[in-house]
Ligand binder design. Structure first.
Ligand code: NAG
Ligand code: NAG
Ligand code: NAG
Ligand code: NAG
Length: 362
């Protein structure tokens, strides 16, 4: 099976599966056995709408996805706050580990003890590495997400005791996925940062923010991290529409590639100085591959979203609209966010070239 192999690669990079041998025999059961052996029981998630399962449902903001047609293909067709038709990449990682099929938002008042043990997401749609990005939309900046991690630690200690709580955290996989909004909702729209920085200087600023976030997470107990790069910004249906291009808008795609390479370089440095395990997932390369070779993924529509006209609608403007017949044939669910099918593939599958790139990066 190709799909779980990807998770196996990620885990082996994190030093979780030293004994991972014949990849042909790596199925989900094997991944679960190995995760169990290495005591990986928990996933903690930070970032934006790419990994927010619905934290924004629980405070006042206009950035929500908790109404139809969002969640149309989620269990029981229920909207949750996830900006997709179903589950997110992090939900599929959790499922492969065998802990849970969906990672709940930390702000959900109905969180169970089991949820706390298996992992939660602190992510907030419309957030970014730059605190100003979250401020613009009134959502949770990273420092608030990390504040909630402190609350989480208190709950976990009450549940299992101080020393086991510490152990669970050290063994947890910390996922961080954001950056898109720093460009699309901040730099290219709000005059503040573009007056302070050139686009390349701004990227360096964001990488500095990421670096201090990682150091703070380390201080709070993180030892295993997965950092997800930004997708090809220029290929988002919304960007294509606004730029008036039928193909991808090259200028923005170049920003994605450059930013991701800067993240990856900084991670190499942090791995050395902090002695943590990190994996960089290049969402740009993965989604570009689907856009360039949709037939490989069983897809047919790479330039339009499934919601409404597919050219501009996302969030509120997608509310209550009709959708395409088969979202599995689409890379994008709305004019900005990928379909569940794309998320599943980003997580669970990747062609050999990308895997070997990752090996080189380590
Ligand atoms: C997993 O936990 C067990 C029991 O606490 C311990 O003996 C073992 O060393 C741990 N393994 C890893 C890889 O942390
Ligand atoms: C974001 O908002 C908070 C609270 O109003 C403020 O203290 C902080 O300086 C703002 N950050 C930026 C970068 O604008
Ligand atoms: C994007 O990057 C490519 C490859 O580096 C370069 O050839 C091209 O001119 C760049 N395009 C824009 C619009 O910056
Ligand atoms: C993901 O894409 C690959 C092609 O790269 C395909 O072989 C595989 O079946 C897809 N997996 C899923 C779960 O869609």
């Amino acid at each position: 099976m190709a799909a779980p192999r990807k998770v196996a690669f990620v885990l082996s990079f994190l030093g979780l599966m030293s004994a991972l041998s014949s990849e042909a025999s790596t199925d989900i059961r094997k991944i679960r056995e190995l995760a169990a052996r290495d005591n990986v029981t928990c996933i903690l998630v930070f970032g934006d709408s790419s990994v927010d399962p619905g934290n924004n449902d629980y405070f006042t903001t206009t950035v929500k996805g908790n109404f139809p047609p969002y969640g149309k293909d989620f269990f029981s067709g229920r909207p949750t706050g996830r900006f997709s038709n179903g589950r997110l990449a992090t939900d599929f990682i959790a499922e492969a580990l065998g802990s849970t099929k969906a990672i709940p938002p930390f702000l959900d008042p109905k969180l169970s003890r089991l949820d706390l043990l298996h992992g939660v997401s602190f992510a907030s749609a419309a957030s970014g590495y730059d605190e100003l990005t979250a401020n613009i939309s009134g959502v949770l900046p990273v420092y608030k997400q990390l504040n909630y991690l402190l609350h989480y630690k208190v709950h976990l200690r009450k549940l299992v005791g101080r020393s086991l709580a510490e152990k669970i955290l050290h063994n947890s996989i910390f996922v961080m996925s954001m950056g898109t909004n720093d460009f699309l909702l901040n730099y290219y729209i709000d005059p503040t940062r573009s007056a302070q920085y050139t686009i390349e200087e701004y990227q360096d600023f964001l990488v500095t923010c990421m670096s201090s976030d990682i150091k703070e997470m380390y201080r709070l107990g993180a030892r295993r991290m997965v950092i997800v790069g930004i997708p090809p910004l220029g290929c988002m249906p919304l960007v294509r529409t606004l730029a008036g291009t039928t193909g991808c808008y090259e200028n923005y795609n170049n920003v994605s590639s450059l930013f991701n390479s800067k993240i990856s370089t900084r991670l190499d440095e942090l791995r050395g100085t902090l002695g943590i395990k990190t994996v960089f997932l290049d969402a740009n390369k993965m989604i570009m591959d689907a856009i360039n070779n949709p037939q490989k993924y069983g897809m047919t529509e790479t330039s339009k979203g499934c919601c409404g006209t597919g050219t501009i609608e996302y969030g509120d403007t997608c509310k209550g609209l009709t959708t395409c017949l088969d979202p599995d044939k689409y890379v994008f669910w709305d004019a900005v966010h990928p379909t569940q099918k794309m998320y599943q593939n980003v997580t669970l599958d990747v062609d050999e070239k990308i895997v070997s790139d990752e090996i080189c990066a380590l």
